[in-house]
Design a protein around this ligand. Sequence first.
Ligand code: ATP
Ligand code: MN
Ligand code: MN
Length: 310
Amino acid sequence: DGDGRGADGDAPASVLGVRVTHPGRIMMPEADMTKGDLARYYARAGERMTVLAGDRPVSLLRCPSGRDGDTFFQKHAGKGFPDEIDEVEITESSGTPAQYMVIRSPQGFVAAAQMGTVEFHIWGARTDDLEKPDRLVFDLDPDEGLDFGDVKAAAKDIRDMLKRVGLDSVAMVTGGKGVHVIVPLRRVSDWETVTGFARTFAHLLAHRRPERYVATMSKAKRKGKIFIDWLRNDRGSTAVAPYSVRARANAPVAVPVTWQELARLKSANSFDTRQALKRLGKPCPLLEASTSPGQSISRPVVEALEKLIG
Ligand code: ATP
Ligand code: MN
Ligand code: MN
């Protein structure tokens, strides 16, 4: 039965030299996707992901018996972790040091898949300078009842206003309901500056269009609106990694898209792994924008934002 599915023919496989046990285990039932499929997907996407999501603290959404079983979010490295996943010690806000996971190779993503990982979530800073973020993200979360057209309009509003203060941005569909608007940064500002900018920017938008946007967490205030989640920009917060599979029905993938492409997309979860892999041969808008970005939350950017506030 050479397809490697089911209890028979489920012998360990080698993917990029990483031993993958139970490759035939169904992880994503709706997509008929196995653990072996996930490992092979991450092997192929691994190089791109190493550039965009590597060398930074990473949290794993693990689903040891598939997305229908128990799932848990893991922030810290544990005993018996594979060699392919590195560790970095970080002092948390409480003052206690903790071991965080870091992936620096395609094999690391495969090793995580071997542990039942479906999703990867990343910090906005790299390990060689954890106090200087290299990206900022606005996570657009629509309330129930809003459609993807509303999300796209919001993403474009954010893009336009970022442009007005001098910042270029890239859109990523999350594989869920929303869009992340990502601003690659040169690493000069600290977390306080970046968090402060994100907070002020989101509140300004909500203040200007209160019928459409909300910038506070309160669920009650979100009715019929899009929550501009700026809280992903704290030291220690994460956002889903580009090209991560999502543990949601049909195994959608988080994919960076050009603004032109976004305009034509029908949903945030329209890329499956096959379509995501096809994009690896082509330029990635986030990869291009992230390669030595010239922009930062500079004095002129802050002043331009203050001017908009009036
Ligand atoms: P969607 O487009 O459906 O909102 P999303 O990835 O943006 O997808 P959110 O619920 O908005 O999902 O979460 C944003 C980010 O916050 C996640 O990608 C993740 O990195 C982080 N996050 C969410 N839930 C948790 C959690 N339970 N523990 C830690 N981090 C989380
Ligand atoms: Mn979201
Ligand atoms: Mn959110």
